[in-house]
Design a protein around this ligand. Structure first.
Ligand code: HC0
Ligand code: SF4
Length: 574
């Protein structure tokens, strides 16, 4: 152990602990702006501290403790230095806070308030006013970039992509596309992890709220909405609920207040995906199809596969994602049964993901000029719509989804967490292979946040080797092995975001101080979904969902039927 004093208080910590971590142990939060576990670069100089005997202020985030050290986190010298640095940062920051999407949830704004910085003495033009909104998912505003490099290192280290790099030197340094002038010209996979790691409003989602308002006010349109599994696990955060609060009932009620004609559920589509995907797997395993089969419901992973692993495109499941399946069934079966012209139906997807904005626009997800889903907004955009409409979210009574396309199993809801698709698929595939009812449906081995999870699932005399991987860099490691024939799996689940969709790029943005202090967002939000699976949903297997059974009986005949293939399966871009 190392013994030191911080602000005259004795502290004893393990070797190699940083001053930042040591201070936290005695309840002192040293301010940070650039620091993240994967961005320990000491660039923002917000976390500087004074060490007795040294004239140089040190960055607490990457300076290790030493025996006998005396640290001051709040001395006049420290406070003055932080203020000067913050003023300098603000001098090249477009401070239009009143109209900024991150106002109220901006780490720079919070720091300026906390540190009492209320004037900016420097004047002059900003070093860049480049505004890049060509991507369908991510908008870049260089006038807000503070060059903390969080996005750069998230994209490179966590996602393994490297679509953003630091360009230019000194005062002009900004995060910029690795090639060309716009992010859309790079290998960006649209995951939006850069957005949720950005402390300011330099990276934001492409906002599609106006299209939704327009549809809602069009009397000739039948407007239906489908929220993804993970939305209900995080939407409450935008209304002051604790992280990990289930707000499903209020979410549904608020959607009705917004004026949607029907509130359906992507979880229903998740059950449909499982039906098609589990039978596709059984077919590939028993009839010698391309293995390993790899899930295709994460559009950021699909884009990565198309760009970097074209030789593995046959490994991708041909199933459309739940979001697309729900939309496709609404525009076919639902339209037919309710005698509505599919052209008059407008499907709004609410997703925890900004890559889904890219997915809804894919040509492959279009039939007779009609897209499966018409527009995709994020959890954050939904929250803004609810606020704009003046809906008192907290005081809404819980309501239920509308029948058939709003009914789902526990298997459908766990899709939103890493391992969920695999577990859901196992529940159906095992019974499809053995023809027997399986009592134990908890596949614990594929749950949790390990970057790579492996398991062997037994179905009668068959053993199915599976892997679950999340985070772009982890996916790449695994896919490089698959490419070389070094990975002996039958089925792989890939989700581009760490923790799966619960931690998607469209989810509420949480101040990094909480995450740096040990909060596991994916874990807290996933608990909501696993609780729904175990304690709330009437059934836990996709094939036991009565609505799924009804749709097959009335419309699709059976999983992987000709009709199911026409409506629910897709192709990829080589
Ligand atoms: Fe997901 Fe999905 S689980 S990708 O992670 O498969 O976005 O939540 O909606 O489509 O269901 C996101 C979340 C979805 C889809 C589902 C899948
Ligand atoms: Fe990188 Fe994902 Fe951001 Fe694209 S969306 S720049 S891939 S982190």
């Amino acid at each position: 152990m190392v013994n030191l004093k911080i602000n005259n208080v004795d502290v004893s910590v393990e070797e190699k602990t940083t001053i930042l971590e040591a201070a936290r142990q005695i309840g002192i939060n040293i301010p940070t702006l650039c620091f993240l576990e994967h961005n320990k670069i000491g660039a923002c100089r917000m976390c500087v501290v004074e060490i007795k005997g040294s004239d140089v202020l040190r960055s607490a985030c990457n300076f290790p403790v030493k025996e006998g050290m005396e640290v001051f986190t709040n001395s006049p010298k420290v406070r003055e230095s932080r203020k000067n640095t913050l003023e300098l940062t603000l001098s090249d920051h477009n401070r239009d806070c009143t109209t900024c999407i991150r106002s109220g949830n901006c780490e720079l704004q919070t720091l300026a308030n906390d540190l009492g910085v209320n004037t900016v003495p420097f004047k002059g033009d900003f070093s860049s006013d480049t505004y890049d909104d060509k991507s369908l998912s991510v908008v870049r505003d260089e006038s807000k970039c503070i060059f903390c490099k969080r996005c750069i290192n998230t994209c490179a280290k966590i996602q393994g992509i490297g679509a953003l790099i630091g360009k230019d030197n000194g005062f002009d340094s900004k995060s910029r596309p690795v090639k060309g002038d716009v992010l859309a010209d790079t290998n960006c996979i649209n995951c939006g992890q850069c957005i949720i790691n950005c402390p300011v409003g330099a990276l934001t989602e492409k906002v599609n709220v106006d299209e939704v308002w327009e549809a809602l006010s069009d009397e000739n349109k039948h407007v239906v909405v489908q929220p993804a599994p993970a939305v209900r696990a995080a939407l409450g955060e935008e209304f002051g609920y604790e992280i990990g609060t289930d707000v499903t009932g209020k979410m549904v009620a608020s959607m009705r207040r917004l004026g949607f004609d029907k509130v359906f559920d992507t979880d229903f589509g998740a059950d449909m995906t499982i039906m098609e995907e589990a039978y596709e797997l059984v077919d590939r395993v028993t009839n010698g199809g391309t293995l390993p089969m790899v899930t295709s419901c994460c559009p950021a992973w699909v884009k990565m596969c198309e760009q970097e692993y074209p030789e593995l495109l046959d490994n991708l499941s041909s199933c459309k994602s739940p979001q697309a399946m729900t939309g496709a069934l609404i525009k076919t079966h639902y339209a037919e049964v309710n005698n509505i012209d599919p052209k008059d139906i407008y499907v709004v997807s609410v997703m925890p993901c900004v890559a889904k904005k890219f997915e809804v626009a894919r040509e492959q997800l279009k039939e007779d000029d009609l897209f499966d889903s018409d527009v995709c907004i994020t959890t954050r955009e939904l929250a803004r719509m609810i606020k704009e409409a003046g809906i008192d979210f907290k005081n809404l009574d819980d309501e239920d989804f509308d029948p058939i396309y709003g009914e789902s199993s526990g298997a459908g809801v766990i899709f939103g967490a890493t391992g969920g698709v695999m577990e859901a698929a196992a529940r159906t595939a095992v019974e499809a292979i053995t023809g027997e009812v399986c009592e134990n449906v908890d596949y614990e081995a594929v749950r949790g946040l390990d970057g790579l999870k492996e398991a062997t699932i037994t179905a009668g005399d068959k053993e199915i080797k599976v892997a679950v991987v999340h985070g772009g860099a982890n996916i790449k490691k695994l896919m490089d092995k698959v490419k070389k024939g070094e990975a002996d799996y039958d089925f792989i689940e890939c989700m581009a975001c760490i923790g799966g969709c619960v931690n998607g790029g469209g989810q509420p943005i949480v101040n990094s101080q909480l995450i740096n202090a040990g909060l596991s967002l994916p874990q807290e939000r996933a608990k909501v979904l696993y609780n729904q699976d175990k304690n709330v949903r009437p059934v836990r297997k996709s094939h036991e969902n009565p609505s799924v059974q009804k749709v097959y009986k009335e419309f699709l005949e059976k999983p992987n039927s000709h009709k199911a293939h026409e409506i629910l399966h897709t192709t990829y871009v080589d």
